[in-house]
Ligand binder design. Sequence first.
Ligand SMILES: Cc1cc2nc3c(=O)[nH]c(=O)nc-3n(C[C@H](O)[C@H](O)[C@H](O)COP(=O)(O)O)c2cc1C
Length: 412
Amino acid sequence: MTKRQIPRPADFADLLNFKRPTLDLTASRLAGAHTIADLRDIAKRVTPRAPFDYTDGSAETELSLERARQAFLDIEFHPSILRDVSDVDTTCTIAGGPSALPFGIAPTGFTRMMHTAGERAGAAAAGSAGIPFSLSTVGTTTPEGVAEANPNGRNWFQLYMWKDRQRSIEVMDRAAMSGFDTLLVTVDVPVAGARLRDRYNGLTVPPTLTGRTVLNAIPKVRWWFDFLTTEPIGFSTFTEFDGTVAELLDSMFDPTVTFEDLVWIRDQWPGKTVVKGVQTLSDARRCVELGVDGVVLSNHGGRQLDRAPVPFHLLPAAVRELGHETEIMIDTGIMSGADIVASIALGARFTLIGRAYLYGLMAGGRPGVERAIQILAEEVERTMKLLGVRTLAELEPAHVTQLKSIVPDIRG
Ligand SMILES: Cc1cc2nc3c(=O)[nH]c(=O)nc-3n(C[C@H](O)[C@H](O)[C@H](O)COP(=O)(O)O)c2cc1C
């Protein structure tokens, strides 16, 4: 029989571990987030439906994104045992400069709609983490504003070719004058993808108050308060637009752009030129032949062509064929540091994160982005240690098997 006694307060005082109440609700929410999925949950709770869905959603049946994420979930890692991994080095060089971690922030449009702190929060957080930040042509902060928020770090500029070539030159000049060192030329938007959630939500830029949005706004008071009491949403490179996202994209972008234009763009830009949105080996080859400095294997986070190739499936063949001639980066579907480590093991030089950053931004402005970067950094480091590697260069294809639920037929 177990002998029992009456508990004395002195015996259990040491067991009490109540959290001190804090008035900073955002900080306490962020501290409770341990994965990017946790940040997404918070983001969903605090952001009105239309901007949340604009970020979270993709095109048509959303299969491109679902498959890309599934491909990362299908990784099997093969760790090496009994290595000294007390010190791990996560630094790398990319596009002629350093990065403290093997990922940077991808360009995203309309970012101040997700949270009014927008690009400034992303750029400042990226700068303090020592990773590059990318500003979109349809971003909501000027190149000068981003440079001010991230004065000592690396900023990259993403270019959509305008119908008006002179305006393309003007925006490139502004970015170059503001010290941006790399141009990402996005090539997967000849027309806007069909983002059906935006259509159902009646999303406009900037968001407008309809009967439905007012109802939905009631529990998202903080978002509306920030939105209505800060500088109105403006764009990085043009003045004003009232309409839907699809209307804006279609009014701006030029479906006649070809490889010749790519050469023209490369020649206008003083820094590194990287083509973003490459989805086949033959196109990757053509970009490399034209002398660009890198390619991003990407399907735009599944927001353009639905049922597009999964970039992570394309990676090994692209690296085998072109990895010694150019820097191969990858995005779409990255939700954890393990996804990043697997990409580097299969030969990617660098990765970009879109939603992982935006979930953090929506969850809590700059501290939210910092939390997202911290979560991914810890996951990268821990995964490297568990795999028995100390540097990114030690990661190799033997560390990863891609278990493929769908078997791709990659054509050259
Ligand atoms: C809300 C949102 C807006 C985006 N806007 C742009 C853009 O303006 N230009 C661009 O090249 N890519 C844009 N992208 C694509 C990202 O740069 C990146 O390719 C994609 O987010 C990667 O997938 P992930 O979100 O799963 O990380 C956008 C993505 C999201 C989620």
